[in-house]
Design a binder for this molecule. Structure first.
Ligand code: FO1
Length: 331
């Protein structure tokens, strides 16, 4: 079975780890990673979501932080701060730096991000069964900026400044994905969507992780046209974002913070949207009939990824729902 999954950072990567645990070694997984979080720092290209997927699936992640490398040290970060260079609020660990150095070196030699990601993935993903291919959503530069308002007035800040320095605790007016309209899907992305057997939208941030991938010209149409069932997993449990600040950004784009509102925002494929199936937490079971009536087959299962076992069970539930959706579609 060929499974394609869109992924952001921490939540998506953890979900994928559970997915690998329930798939057969003969299956194939393609991850389309969000690159709109990317940031140039100290002359280096940092791709947080791609790195979080590689490190999480490849065993290099720091489990407590959910990002960056375990057994990390911060000497270079301290030295940079000693020179007074900014930003000091974004932690680049010494081990993590090697990833950005290799990536930047290859980009400057003219390799596209997809080729760079293939090389970096060899180290982290090559031994996985089922095999996992990680594709950036685009080889073009796409950057999420958030329009905020504070004592300095209204201005756009890079997503990482909003997320890491401001902790999303500042009035948010809009999400602007710079370069998205001009971007093209990276090689293999559209094909991974149209030729897979199951397409999954994991519980990553619907606005700045999944939404940014879907916003790459051509991707949404590919999702709507694929023969594979399209199943999403709610990142909202009981009216609150599970991790990070999905709720804050949903409000910025006028979407209510609920699993039903996020599903409606993705839309039912039968109504011109994207979803055939939607997984909500048991605490949101009341939304199942409403969503079913809108054309989205919805199941309620425990969605909190407490540990490997609950995450694997949740991933298993998405595959079961995909099967139900596939039989719906074959009718
Ligand atoms: N998140 C933080 O909250 N603080 C950091 O200093 C930080 C550094 C960092 C470095 C590399 C990297 O790949 C991720 C990093 N993150 C940090 C997480 C990152 O902001 C988020 O994982 C994504 O951008 C959101 O999905």
């Amino acid at each position: 079975m060929r499974v394609t999954a869109v992924s952001g950072g921490i939540g998506g990567a953890r979900f994928l780890r559970g997915l690998l645990a329930v798939l057969d070694p003969a299956d194939e997984v393609t991850v389309i990673g969000n690159t709109a979080d990317d940031i140039w720092l100290f002359g280096l290209k940092v791709c947080p979501d791609l790195d979080t997927v590689m490190y999480t699936l490849g065993g290099g992640i720091d489990e407590t932080r959910g990002w960056g490398r375990h057994d990390e040290s911060w000497q270079a970060k301290e030295e940079l701060a000693a020179y007074g260079v900014e930003p000091t609020w974004f932690g680049l660990g010494d081990r993590d730096l090697a990833t950005h150095l290799v990536r930047t070196q290859m980009l400057e030699a003219g390799y596209p991000l997809s080729a760079v990601t293939a090389v970096l993935s060899k180290r982290w993903l090559a031994s996985l069964r089922p095999p996992v291919r990680l594709l950036p959503m685009s080889d073009d530069r796409v950057e999420t900026h958030i329009v905020i308002e504070d004592e300095d007035g209204r201005r756009a800040v890079h997503f990482q400044e909003y997320w890491v320095r401001l902790h999303a605790q500042v009035p948010t007016h809009d999400v602007v994905v710079v370069g998205q309209r001009e971007s093209a899907p990276a090689p293999g992305v559209l094909q991974a969507i149209t030729s897979c057997d199951v397409l999954l939208l994991p519980p990553s941030n619907p606005v700045v992780s999944v939404g940014t991938v879907l916003g790459v010209p051509g991707v949404r149409d590919a999702v709507r046209s694929t023969n594979a069932p399209v199943v999403g997993v709610s990142p909202i449990i009981g009216g609150a974002a599970v991790r990070g600040m999905a709720d804050q950004l949903l409000t910025a784009i006028g979407v209510e913070v609920s699993s039903a509102a996020v599903a409606a925002w993705y839309g039912a494929r039968s109504g011109g949207g994207l979803l055939d199936g939607w997984l909500v937490d048991t605490s949101d079971a009341a939304s199942v009939p409403v969503l079913a009536a809108s054309g989205i087959r919805t199941n309620a299962v425990p969605l909190l990824m407490r540990d490997a076992a609950t995450t694997a069970a949740m991933a298993g539930a998405t595959l079961q729902l995909a099967e139900q959706c596939a039989s719906d579609r074959s009718r």
